[in-house]
Design a protein. Structure first.
Length: 317
């Protein structure tokens, strides 16, 4: 059996590619790793077995090109890695599987539409009794019915781009104009966490791994500590049971004096997901096992207190 993986918009995801390589070697299965990106100089393309340049996500030729590559390389599963491609894949995942037999590790369109719109995420979380920082409406801003500090971010943003703390009226006026399609909330002050959640292809939760965000850059964890925090694990399990996602998702949250505020949900592998793999929650290995029709059970077989210190590397051509 050969289980070939296609990484879509593979970009800088070198750790992710290496994790799948290690998992296939551990399981002693044949697996060809294929990387695609619209940028032929994407670093991770140098760590796959075969690489392809693809059209932009907005192109009508993107999905047909992906299907063509899947047929040529006998792909078992596609791993989307970019927020902006999730909706495209969720809308087309049944079509892709019917055309070439490849599964797509992406949740259903209704789930992605919630995750990719931060107001819809807020409403979903509120409706299901999760704690979230209060959404500040335009009328409240006009009538001064709020307290500083606030937090502003784009409605459909990614990687913490254009996310800012607002401390006063001057900053509020500036960032309201600077950030396109903004969403403004109360500022949540406390310890930041990123929680990796892995589910099987039917949405059954398999692992929930909280990580303390010790340091980050560009929205991605650079220093982290894995913790078996019971409160966060139960929040992750509840979230997964409601959303029934396919494969890996993650959520960012902040522990405040009043409780745990969920900040956002991401429907893909986080940049720091390999930390959880190394701590024992090996999602790439689990994906191979699922592709071999193994049934997985919920477990917490990961190392409490595991610390990761990530750093830059380079490819020289």
């Amino acid at each position: 059996m050969e289980l070939n993986i296609l990484f879509s918009s593979v970009g800088r995801r070198v750790e992710l590619v290496k994790a799948f390589r290690d998992a296939s070697n551990e399981l002693k299965i044949k697996s060809k790793l294929i990387g695609v990106d619209m940028d032929e100089l994407a670093p991770a393309l140098n760590f796959v077995d075969k690489k392809y340049k693809v059209p932009q996500l907005s192109s009508e030729q993107f999905i047909p090109k992906i299907i063509d590559i899947c047929k040529k390389e006998n792909i078992s599963i596609i791993i989307p890695t970019l927020d902006t491609e999730l909706l495209i894949y969720s809308k087309n995942k049944e079509f892709i599987q019917n055309e070439c037999g490849a599964k797509v590790m992406v949740s259903d369109e209704n789930i992605i539409s919630i995750i990719r719109n931060k107001v819809k995420t807020y409403e979903f979380l509120k409706r299901n009794d999760f704690k979230v920082p209060k959404l500040i409406k335009e009328t409240e801003i006009l009538n001064k019915k709020f307290k500083f500090p606030l937090f502003i971010k784009p409605l459909d943003g990614s990687s913490s781009i254009n996310n800012f703390k607002i401390n006063n009226e001057r900053e509020l006026e500036f960032f309201k104009e600077y950030v396109s399609n903004p969403m403004i909330q109360e500022f949540s002050d406390g310890q930041e966490y990123c929680v990796d959640v892995f589910c099987d292809f039917k949405g059954n939760v398999i692992t929930v791994v909280p990580k303390i965000r010790i340091a980050h850059r560009g929205g991605e964890i650079t220093k982290a500590k894995v913790v078996k925090d019971r409160e966060l694990i139960e929040i992750g399990r509840k979230l997964a049971n409601l959303l029934k996602p396919c494969g890996e998702i993650n959520f960012d949250c902040i522990k405040t004096k009043e409780g745990v505020d969920i900040i956002e949900i991401n429907g893909r592998f986080a940049g720091g997901s390999p930390i959880s793999f190394k701590a024992g929650a090996n999602s790439p290995k689990k994906i191979y096992q699922l592709l071999m029709n193994e049934e997985l059970q919920y477990n917490e077989d990961f190392e409490d207190g595991f610390i990761a210190l990530r750093f830059d590397d380079a490819v020289y051509i």
